[in-house]
Design a protein around this ligand. Structure first.
Ligand SMILES: [Zn+2]
Length: 245
């Protein structure tokens, strides 16, 4: 017993220094292993919400309450294809001028990026891809529109994204509207970034209808960033809302 107490005290003394020496840089988070989602909160104090947050994303879109959410107005302009690898996803930045309006708020499109497989589930179903269109809203809030993709016909704008990767000059104009399904039914909930620091500052909008991409396109993202998908988080006390048909 006494020995145990002394040993514990000794470990406490060397503990902090050893921890510092081995602490990864805040940016070195991953989707698996010692710096994976279960450890994100330990990589940087700023990532605390990843572990203790009560409004985290992604979630399973099930048990939604149907409500009058008003119209979802998307006003996006074509942009020069110039995708890049952030180290965690393939991302395409958007020049100013494209917006999304929902619930009386207008959000400005900043960028979109791709997760493989999807992060949100649709009543338990996981799609092979999910595209996140990240918009800036008022007061530091983000409005992220999520679009699911299933395997079928190839997506022309996704092909433009793939073609522009590593290209030295911007490719031809890419029309992001080509990523939108015909149906505009959507889910809404208050959530978070799905990457560190997991900030709970995101107004999530997810379209219920998927678009199609080819199996070859899915394979491309499986090769580039396999499994860049945060596990599903509990809904806790939040309401998940669904637009009326
Ligand atoms: Zn994302």
């Amino acid at each position: 017993m006494r020995f145990h107490i002394i040993l514990t005290a000794a470990l406490a003394l060397v503990g902090p220094a050893a921890a510092q020496e081995h602490a990864p840089h805040a940016g070195t988070w991953t989707y698996g292993g010692a710096t994976g989602p279960e450890r994100w909160s330990e990589l940087d104090p700023a990532n605390a919400a990843c572990a203790v947050g009560q409004q985290e994303s992604p979630v399973d879109l099930k048990g939604a309450i149907t409500a009058d959410l008003g119209a979802l107005d998307i006003d996006w302009s074509p942009l020069p294809a110039a995708a890049r690898d952030t180290g965690h996803a393939i991302q395409q930045d958007a020049p100013p001028g494209s917006t999304m309006a929902v619930g009386g708020q207008t959000y400005r499109l900043l960028q979109f990026h791709i997760h493989q497989p999807a992060e949100h589930l649709l009543d338990g179903r996981r799609f092979p891809l999910e595209i996140h269109f990240v918009h800036a809203g008022p007061d530091g809030v983000l409005g992220v529109l999520g679009v699911f993709a299933e395997v079928g016909a190839a997506s022309a704008p996704l092909e433009a994204v793939i073609d522009s990767l590593g290209a030295t000059a911007a490719g031809p104009a890419l029309d992001p509207n080509g990523f939108l399904p015909t149906g505009r039914d959507f889910f809404r909930y208050e959530g978070s970034l799905t990457t560190p620091p997991c900030s709970e500052t995101v107004d999530w909008v997810l379209l219920s209808d998927p678009i199609t991409v080819s199996q070859a396109q899915v394979d491309t993202f499986e090769r580039l960033h396999p499994g860049n998908t945060r596990p599903v988080q509990p809904l806790h006390r939040r309401f998940l809302l669904r637009s009326q048909h």
